[in-house]
Design a protein around this ligand. Structure first.
Ligand code: NAD
Length: 423
């Protein structure tokens, strides 16, 4: 049996004591067969990370755990969670997915992500277990922990999106704050070795810095979504303090790539330009933002999972920005279509340049984003064309009725600094 190992891959040692406890809960989609063909990871192309920053107070480097893991991935049917799960399965770990499969965007996309995970894990007798349910459902989650006994948790489930959080804050409080608390409660009770969760660059919403650093105070979240992520960071510190739970929070900066969320700017741009739908461009297009390719995010998440930091928060971004003009130009280049642009004046509060300071992740995780924005857009356009051409059952395009209210301004305006850019 050939296993493709990543740098920090486990050596596929025998299971220790984290087998099922004998509880009767059966995963809805548990397949049991050997590991089948593994998908090769795409090669990264170039280094866009700015590693020129120095970490002022050197911290102890935590050695990676390189053995087999059974990882609970919440939100494993979603964009980032499914990519992380795929990577873990490909390197030989077991993955337990929990996802409520909500309809924030087309559920068919999530179903197709789960099918892919089953395929990657080898179909029958595979090493993925899939549970459909709400992470806030105490009984359900207790049953999952008792049945699976995961010792590693990668918590990606959340309600994402900024504007919807303003419209319906309670669902964000529920899934993000209550959900994360519920998982940490179970994680400490079941002796989880490492708890890694998705925070967001949206916590920097009120900041006027160009480079967002983890050292900044982020006490001014500008949306319920951002506040929910900040609340998760605070609560996770409490769980570390009270129970010595090892916790790492990851502030992702606009993640894009194949299977990306249809509500986010990179996906929308590609979709609209491909279909000849107008983009509204505010300002001269010189302002820039940090966009991170999914493979780089997966690398950062897995590096965090493998390293049991006591309590850390890391930025995971590309480490430099791309201007709106460059962004549109690259989409035009790789779709082979000219964008139809409606030029509009600058929006009040526009900021010229913002991106992640990734020096801490570089020092402590060895993280380095490798996929250039151009290469990332090329791969995403290629995926978009393939999916639309080959599988019309999965509609990855943005519904027409949504196009009226959505506009390109959300990408680079201060007012929505933490909207789809950072969500
Ligand atoms: P996604 O919406 O594709 O995935 C999230 C998944 O979580 C979904 O499949 C959803 O069904 C599931 N989920 C939500 N609430 C749940 C609940 N109560 N119980 C069980 N499952 C639930 O989003 P994504 O882009 O993959 O984001 C993953 C994580 O990263 C989220 O925490 C998000 O806030 C964070 N994040 C993402 C980005 C980005 O650019 N994509 C940026 C910053 C932070």
């Amino acid at each position: 049996m050939k296993i493709t190992h990543a740098t920090s891959a486990p050596a596929l040692y025998e299971l220790d004591d984290d087998e099922n406890s004998g509880e009767t809960l059966v995963p809805i989609e548990k397949e049991n067969s050997g590991m089948g063909a593994r998908l090769g990871k795409v090669e990264s192309t170039s280094c866009f990370s700015d590693l020129s920053f120095a970490v002022e107070t050197p911290k102890e480097i935590v050695k990676p755990h390189t053995q087999y893991k059974k990882v609970l991935v919440t939100g494993g049917a979603g964009f980032i969670g499914s990519h992380v799960s795929q990577f873990l399965l490909e390197r030989g770990d077991d993955v337990v997915v929990v996802d409520e499969m909500n309809d924030y965007y087309d559920v068919k996309i999530k179903e197709s992500n789960l099918q892919l995970l089953q395929k990657v894990s080898g179909g029958k007798n595979g090493n993925v277990s899939i549970y459909r349910g709400d992470i806030c459902d105490e009984e359900f989650m207790l049953n999952v922990f008792e049945a699976e006994r995961p010792q590693w948790v990668c918590h990606m489930a959340a309600r994402a999106g900024v504007r919807p959080s303003i419209e319906d804050p309670f669902v964000y409080i529920h899934s993000n704050i209550r959900g994360t608390t519920q998982l940490m409660e179970l994680s400490h009770k079941f002796g989880v070795k490492n708890f890694v969760f998705a925070s967001s660059s949206s916590v920097y919403g009120g900041s006027s810095s160009a480079y967002f650093s983890e050292e900044e105070a982020v006490d001014n979240p500008v949306s319920p979504y951002a506040a929910s992520k900040k609340a998760c960071e605070l609560l996770s510190y409490t769980y570390h303090h009270l129970y010595k739970l090892n916790v790492t929070g990851l502030r992702f900066f606009t993640v894009y790539g194949p299977r990306g969320r249809p509500d986010m700017a990179p996906f929308k741009f590609i979709d609209r330009v491909s279909r000849g739908i107008e983009l509204q461009k505010f300002g001269d297009g010189s302002s820039s933002r940090d966009y991170t390719y999914i493979d780089d995010i997966v690398d950062g998440v897995v590096r965090s999972l493998d390293r049991q930091h006591a309590y850390e928060v890391f930025n995971l971004g590309k480490g430099n920005g791309t201007s709106l003009n460059e962004f549109i130009g690259l989409v035009e280049k790789h779709t082979g279509k000219e964008a139809i642009i409606k030029q509009l004046p600058d929006q009040a509060g526009d900021v010229p340049y913002t991106c992640a300071d990734v020096s801490k992740a570089s020092s402590l995780l060895g993280y380095k984003a490798r996929v250039s924005f151009e290469e990332g857009i090329r791969r995403t356009v290629e995926w978009y064309s393939n999916v639309n051409g080959s599988n019309p059952a999965i509609d990855v395009t943005v519904p027409k009725e949504k196009l009226v209210s959505d506009s390109i301004c959300v990408v680079h305006s201060k007012e929505h600094l933490s909207t789809p850019v950072c969500a």
